[in-house]
Write a new protein. Structure first.
Length: 334
């Protein structure tokens, strides 16, 4: 199927909004927690994850403009989200007019109500790499609908054809990609983020003794074994291979008392692939695929970006038996 050039890039950044949604089944297996010895923040800082939804960020192109956009269509799919009069006259309009619609008046209000937010709430944009927190009042964000990149010119469109959400920023040129790289966000009345506690995971090769101690008994071929440190925790990862590459990736977390506090096995579905663990060189900077650290107040450290999904959406994994995963809504329309 041809892809509309309006979609330039679907970034892997994460977006969070305070609204209700049932949990989806994650790609990876449910973690097994042996002992809960991971340090956590004070109980009074606990966040209500029942009202959390996470979203990634899309970068869309409109002629010479590049828009940063948060699609919330995974949880807001009202059949009347787009004005009916507009849809009726779509054949009379040029394709670029059909591709983008600002949602105003009652259409904007329906969107806000579905997300359980008000105009007085704020969008908190947190760059966990540079430790910069930006606050934008919801009333300053445009509610918008972008035509799905899988809709081609001349095809009949309806409300389901659109990605519904908020336009965060717009500018000329591609610098906007870097501006929102490694940024996550939350809609609400206060920031949920623990600042300056995230880091890129820099893996080092682990010895054969680690493989024997923590990853015995697999029928798959053993690949590389890696390790990394975060606070009082040591992460060990084992790649398990089949003919065409890594089939499973096992993670074990050990605390400073040499107790196994967390373990899980990552697997991949159709079209998905494992992100590399070793450092990749990219001209001006070094890039590490995985991140870890304290991201949310009152919660254990997290890890994410082990898997690059194709048909599904990624998850954040908490190193805590009480809340091990947080799903990311990505409006994946494969």
């Amino acid at each position: 199927m041809k892809i509309n050039t309006a979609l330039v890039l679907l970034c892997s950044q994460l977006m969070i909004v305070s609204c209700k949604k049932d949990d989806k089944k994650p790609v990876q297996n449910q973690p097994i927690t042996v002992k809960d010895s991971v340090k956590t923040a004070a109980a009074e800082e606990e966040i209500d994850f029942k009202n959390f939804n996470i979203f990634n960020v899309s970068t869309m192109q409109r002629k010479e403009l590049m828009d940063t956009f948060i699609s919330v269509s995974d949880i807001y799919n009202d059949k009347n989200a787009v004005p009916a009069d507009f849809l009726k006259k779509q054949k009379e309009l040029p394709f670029e007019k059909v591709s983008y619609i600002e949602l105003e008046g009652s259409y904007r209000k329906k969107l806000l109500d579905a997300l359980h937010i008000t105009e007085n709430d704020s969008l908190y944009l947190y760059n966990y790499e540079t430790n910069k927190l930006q606050k934008i009042t919801v009333s300053k964000l445009k509610a918008a609908a972008y035509l799905s990149p899988y809709i081609v010119e001349g095809e009949e469109v309806d409300s389901d054809s659109y990605m519904l959400g908020f336009q965060v920023d717009t500018q000329k040129g591609t610098d906007i990609f870097d501006k929102y790289m490694n940024v996550i966000a939350y809609f609400g009345n206060k920031s949920p983020f623990v600042e300056n506690q995230m880091k890129m995971i820099k893996w080092e090769k682990a010895g054969a003794d680690i493989q024997k101690k923590y990853f015995p008994g697999s029928t798959l071929k053993y690949g590389g074994t890696y390790q990394s440190k975060y606070e009082n925790l040591t992460y060990y990862v084992q790649d398990l291979l089949e003919e065409y590459g890594t089939q499973e990736r096992r993670l074990v977390v050990i605390n400073d008392h040499n107790e196994k506090v967390f373990e899980t096995t990552f697997t991949i579905g159709d079209g998905a692939e494992f992100n590399p663990l070793e450092k990749m060189q990219n001209e001006d900077n070094n890039y590490y695929a995985q991140w870890t650290g304290r991201l949310f107040k009152g919660k254990a450290p997290v890890v994410f970006n082990f898997i690059s999904p194709s048909f599904g959406c990624p998850v954040i994994t908490f190193l805590d038996k009480e809340r091990t995963e947080l799903n990311i809504n990505c409006d994946n329309r494969h």
